[in-house]
Structure formats: structure tokens, C-alpha cells
Design a protein. Structure first.
Length: 231
């Protein structure tokens, strides 16, 4: 028996964002269970369909990312075991696509839908120390290539999110003197992000086009990091 095909993606409705606003104000299981059908119909289902649609479009665009909805989507339930914030539900929905399909693998395309501001992001979010060291080493070994990637991102108005950079150059790279390289080496993540307007998230064609264009722009950064980690 073949697996059911995802429904066509038609954009996120006003009901979807209204649900998230209401969920933020009603952080309890009783409210969520009473409105779960809205979540399934207006958010989880459409997000799954969007990821499936992106898989086809990314393949055509030559972007090496797996788009399996079963693995890409994040749960609406928060993991509160070790968190100070004990609210049980997220007030947004999101998905993460990587080359091997694992949500938290190094090198991702992340999409985030939130009444307070939707966005897309790509790059390497807090890689494990060995992976981050390999990326840093390749930046130093291939500075011209990395500068070209940064310049390409800049042409699209993209720059690395500063986060909380290291105050000192990481161990093993103390001899690097170039100011640009030093600034990049001190980053704990190499992530760029771009906003998504409410008008765009409501229009399926516009949203898919925006995400595909963003992914194509960021693909050289992803390939650079993947090559470094595999080396």
C-alpha cells in the first residue's frame, strides 16, 4: 500500500496565526486539545505540504537538502525537562532541512512561522566542536573562497548573525591576523537569516519562491561547510 500523498500547499491562513496567538495566551493542555483540529488543519498539515513541495523545487534548483516532512517538522510541544521556561507549547511552527534529513545535522535550511515574525535561516548553528574546528580550518586554508561566499551573501543583503562571538580567537588560530578572518573564526555559528512577511507566508507560490531563492543563495555556504566537515 503506497503512502498517502501530501495535500497541495496553499499558504498559511489567517486562522493559522490566530491559533498561534491564542495558544501563546492559553498555555494549557485542555485548551490545546480543544483546538487541536485547527492546529492540524491550519499549521501542521500545511507545513508538511510545504516541506514536500520544497523537496521537489530544491531538487530542480540543485540544492542538496532532504525534505522529509516526518523528520523535518519540529513538534509544537516544548521540551521543558531542563528549561527554566515551563510553558508546554511553542507559539510558532518550524521545520529544518539538512543534507541527510536529520533536523539538527550540520548545515541546515530552517523555516519559522510566528505571529511575532516569520523568517528563514541557513548555515551552521552551533556545530559540535570537531565540526566547527574543521570549518574554521578551511576558512583559514581557503580565505579567497570564503570571502567570495560572504560577498555573494552580501549581494542579497545577508550577513552572519553575530550571536555571542568568542572574546578571543579560538585555540589553534591565534596566529591569524586578518581582521575579517578573525571575526569569522570567533563566531560560534555561521548563520544567515531573512524575514518572511505575512503577505508572503499567505501566498504559496511567493513563499516557495522566496525560500528556494534564499536556499540557492546560501548553498555555497552549506557546501563549504559540508566539504570542511567531510575532510
Amino acid at each position: 500500500m503506497s503512502a498517502p500523498q501530501p495535500l497541495p500547499f496553499h499558504g498559511f491562513s489567517a486562522k493559522a496565526f490566530a491559533f498561534l496567538r491564542d495558544l501563546d495566551a492559553n498555555q494549557n493542555r485542555e485548551w490545546f486539545e480543544a483546538h487541536k483540529a485547527t492546529y492540524e488543519q491550519e499549521l501542521k498539515g500545511p507545513l508538511s505540504s510545504l516541506v514536500s513541495s520544497l523537496g521537489l523545487a530544491l531538487a530542480v534548483a540543485g540544492v542538496e537538502l532532504s525534505c522529509d516532512p516526518k523528520r523535518a517538522l519540529f513538534r509544537i510541544h516544548r521540551d521543558v525537562r531542563f528549561a527554566k521556561d515551563k510553558r508546554p507549547y511553542k507559539a510558532h511552527v518550524s521545520a529544518s532541512m539538512s543534507r541527510d534529513g536529520e533536523r539538527l545535522a550540520p548545515g541546515i535550511l530552517y523555516i519559522h512561522f510566528d505571529p511575532k515574525g516569520s523568517f528563514m535561516a541557513a548555515g551552521f548553528w552551533q556545530p559540535e566542536p570537531p565540526a566547527l574546528h574543521k570549518i574554521r580550518s578551511r576558512i583559514v586554508a581557503k580565505p579567497k573562497d570564503f570571502r567570495a561566499i560572504v560577498a555573494g551573501l552580501a549581494k542579497s543583503g545577508l550577513a552572519f548573525a553575530p550571536g555571542e562571538p568568542m572574546k578571543r580567537t579560538p585555540r589553534g588560530f591565534e596566529a591569524v591576523e586578518d581582521e575579517d578572518l578573525v571575526a569569522w573564526l570567533r563566531l560560534k555559528s555561521l548563520i544567515v537569516r531573512a524575514p518572511l512577511t505575512r503577505k508572503t507566508t499567505a501566498d504559496a507560490d511567493a513563499l516557495i519562491a522566496a525560500i528556494i531563492g534564499f536556499a540557492q543563495t546560501c548553498h555555497p555556504l552549506l557546501r563549504f561547510g559540508w566539504t570542511a566537515i567531510a575532510g
